[in-house]
Ligand binder design. Structure first.
Ligand code: ATP
Length: 368
């Protein structure tokens, strides 16, 4: 872990970023389709989605590297839709670091200040400061080729922060690092963004990265923002099958609504009647019930739950920190259950009763 040693000189002006129906089209294809979003001042905001969903295109429009086909973009009160990139006071961190190989780390970090014609003593102060912040001050005289991937990414972050950007844009900054380092770097980057109060937009296709770092996440599919909210909300209350499936593991069971009212919803499914706390559906609606594997319990003896279903145990996979059990219900339905090691069951009898609460069952409209 790299802790932060931050002083007041590195601190951005806090501004919101607002997109109004921002669109980028290539012929008939909308790479970004009417994106409406308000990113709050100082927020660490994630664009998350599968390859090709439009997240890089949206980020590049915010950076000024791509011109929108239509719509508007504001940094605070400033309409920057057609403002050249260099006049937006935003800085970008790329996946491939994009460092100058022939320059020292100090020269790389100070590069953006030369372009802004910052006086030499002020430049030295800011470069020293930001190198300390991301803990690369001991590497100042080396060249990028003499640094590890994680260290190079910190140089790229320092180079972006040294210009005191109003907006920091991060394009899959950790994807070239190994899994362990990626996890370590997450909290460091989050701390930098939060301590400097920089409004930051971070692109990733890694849902774990987004869930663990973001203030809010916009989940994108086919150029559209499908859902936008804090990590817990998009994970626990996905608005459709796509979001539920993209954000971690999920069990899906098709069904038909029997009744829905203020007390909740009852759905007829191949597992029997299931009860959900949420409402908003109509009788006879075709729906998909979603439940996260860690929300299901193996019931012992007299244990009770709002929903109880009997299944056959198929297999258990060891996953380091926990176990994943697979169960079968008839020929069609399979259910996965995750248990932590401490709370795990040794399954000796294949006939098992599973239980879950009505709050944990999410009823989603079935797309036709
Ligand atoms: P990845 O995670 O793979 O980088 P992404 O979500 O960032 O994907 P984008 O790079 O924003 O996706 O691309 C969105 C869509 O726009 C894709 O279908 C892509 O093929 C298309 N696209 C991007 N640039 C162009 C272009 N210059 N001409 C035509 N289509 C393009």
């Amino acid at each position: 872990m790299w802790a932060l040693r931050l002083r007041a000189t590195i601190s951005a002006e806090m501004i919101p970023i607002i997109t109004e129906k921002l669109t980028k089209s290539y012929g008939h294809m909308h790479a970004v389709d009417h994106a409406d979003v308000r990113i709050e001042p100082g927020e660490l905001f994630f664009l998350l989605g599968p390859s090709g969903c439009g997240k890089t295109t949206l980020l590049r429009m915010i950076a000024g590297l791509l011109e929108p086909t239509s719509g508007k973009l504001f940094f605070g009160d400033r309409d920057v839709t057609r403002t050249p990139s260099g006049q937006r006071n935003c800085a970008m961190v790329f996946q491939n670091y994009a460092l100058w190989p022939h320059m020292t780390i100090r020269q790389n970090v100070g590069f953006g200040l030369d372009a802004k014609k910052v006086a030499a003593d002020e430049k030295k102060k800011r470069v020293d400061e930001v190198m300390k912040t991301v803990q690369i001050d001991h590497l100042a005289d080396r060249k990028p080729g003499q640094l590890s991937g994680g260290q190079q990414q910190r140089v790229a972050l320092a180079r972006a922060l040294v210009v005191n950007p109003d907006v920091l844009l991060l394009d899959e900054p950790l994807s070239n690092l190994d899994a362990k380092l990626r996890t370590e770097m997450r909290s460091g980057i989050r701390q930098v963004c939060k301590t400097t109060n920089t409004t930051s937009v971070y692109v990733t296709h890694d849902q774990e990265e987004a869930l663990s770092m973001a203030d809010r996440i916009a989940v994108m599919d086919k150029g559209r923002i499908i859902q936008c909210g804090p990590p817990e909300e998009v994970y626990d209350r996905p608005v459709n099958h796509f979001v539920a499936d993209f954000l971690g593991s999920a069990n899906f069971v098709c069904g038909v609504v029997q009744e829905s009212g203020p007390d909740g919803t009852t759905v007829s499914t191949p597992l029997g009647h299931l009860r959900a706390s949420m409402n908003g559906h109509k009788k006879n609606d075709k729906v998909t019930c979603m439940i996260r594997p860690e929300r299901i319990r193996l019931l012992d003896g007299s244990d009770q739950a709002a929903n109880m279903v009997d299944g056959i145990h198929c297999e258990t996979i060891f996953r380091g920190g926990g176990l994943r059990h697979d169960f079968r219900f008839g020929d069609e339905v399979k259910i996965q259950v995750d248990e932590t090691r401490r709370r795990s069951h040794r399954i000796s009898n294949p006939n098992v009763r599973l239980g879950f609460e009505a709050d944990d069952l999410i009823v989603l409209a079935t797309a036709d």
